[in-house]
Design a protein around this ligand. Structure first.
Ligand SMILES: Nc1ncnc2c1ncn2[C@@H]1O[C@H](COP(=O)(O)OP(=O)(O)O)[C@@H](O)[C@H]1O
Ligand code: SF4
Ligand SMILES: [Mg+2]
Length: 329
């Protein structure tokens, strides 16, 4: 048995659609996550990268069970050895797991209640589940603030007194308050300036070591992923088209989509990076074909086989590649 903290099998999330009934025909919904399988090892940083609308956030929300997946399993194994399928766990079991699996959000501005002081934001879980109050609460919140590089006396301020980078640190402190084992960070640094991004990524790496954390790190920015991840999954329209170690992926990308992504990367120019950060605003093209390879309309190597038949996962040079011709093109 491996030391996987997370084992996701055939995870599928369909929006809309219905099974049909007496008077209604079954209606196909929009499949935002399509039979995705992967494992994350304890202590690892597992990246999920892909363009806007590829299903990254939906996948992250399914792992947290903020969304109820349509199918598949999500096995989380705690340090104690106890395992639970997050896809089907009842709510009382989920409440326990939600202390161990936390999320850091894309937009700290939106995820921090502007009417609460930092002590009540960062300390919320401590108040609720440990009943901490007064001095004991202040002490713990102060420690949490220090661990993310903020001054303890900031606990009496409101979120709007902080910069974007500081607010993201508050979000991280809040996530850490329950001693999590797994943190799902969804575009955690995407809204930040490049220099603040680097500081925040370094902080996350320090915290990972200090608190023995495992990260699922979601980003659309390849430079960010390359900096922090041990392994990377490339997501395209709900599927993982390539999974490999970061080194392998960036050195020898196999899937035509991964290659296209890497070619589009401006490496060092911060202005370019900021422009690419705007790609979230682009309209999402949902015209994936119903059959065959989802990338086939954009793939320069597509054949009749690609258009008709779903590609299998093939192992090539240490990567798992969802392509009929992996290793041959
Ligand atoms: N609640 C929802 N209802 C219907 N469609 C949704 C919902 N949430 C996301 N989607 C769709 O699922 C797709 C994937 O979205 P998302 O997971 O946010 O992608 P990403 O995070 O990679 O940008 C998009 O086409 C989006 O419009
Ligand atoms: S299966 Fe065919 S269309 Fe899909 S990525 Fe591979 S070569 Fe391109
Ligand atoms: Mg997203």
């Amino acid at each position: 048995m491996s030391d996987a903290i997370l084992e996701v099998k055939d995870l599928t999330m369909q929006f809309g659609g219905s099974k049909g009934g007496f008077l209604s025909k079954p209606k196909a919904g929009f499949v935002a996550v399509d039979a995705v399988s992967f494992e994350v090892q304890r202590g690892e940083t597992f990246g999920i990268v892909g363009e806007s609308g590829s299903g990254k956030t939906t996948l992250g929300r399914c792992i947290l069970r903020v969304l109820d997946p349509s199918a598949g399993s999500i096995r989380f194994q705690a340090r104690t050895g106890a395992a639970v399928d997050l896809a089907s766990a009842p709510i009382d079991q989920l409440r326990q797991v939600w202390r161990k699996v936390r999320m850091v959000f894309q937009d700290p501005q939106a995820s921090l209640n502007p009417r609460l002081r930092v002590i009540d934001i960062v300390g919320q879980a401590l108040q609720k589940s440990e009943g901490l109050r007064g001095k004991a609460l202040a002490e713990r919140v102060g420690q949490l603030l220090e661990s993310v590089g903020l001054r303890p006396e900031f606990m009496h301020r409101y979120p709007n007194a902080f910069s974007g980078g500081q607010r993201q640190r508050l979000g991280i402190a809040r996530a850490l308050s329950t001693h999590p084992e797994l943190v799902v960070a969804d575009e955690a640094v995407s809204a930040l300036d490049v220099s603040i991004q680097a500081q925040t990524l370094n902080l996350l790496q320090d915290l990972q070591e200090q608190f023995d954390l495992t990260f699922v790190f979601i980003a659309h920015d390849l430079a960010v992923v390359e900096h922090i991840c041990d392994r990377v999954a490339v997501m395209y329209r709900g599927q993982f088209v390539e999974v490999a170690t970061t080194d392998t992926l960036f050195r020898a990308p196999q899937h035509p989509y991964t290659r296209a992504l890497l070619q589009a990367v401006p490496v060092a120019d911060p202005r370019q990076r900021r422009r690419r950060g705007a790609d979230r605003a682009e309209p999402v093209d949902v015209g994936a074909p119903a059959r065959g390879c989802r990338f086939s309309p954009r793939c320069p190597h597509a054949t009749e086989l690609c258009r008709e038949t779903r590609p299998p996962v093939r192992k090539v040079g240490g990567a798992d590649v969802l392509c009929h011709y992996a290793g041959e093109i």
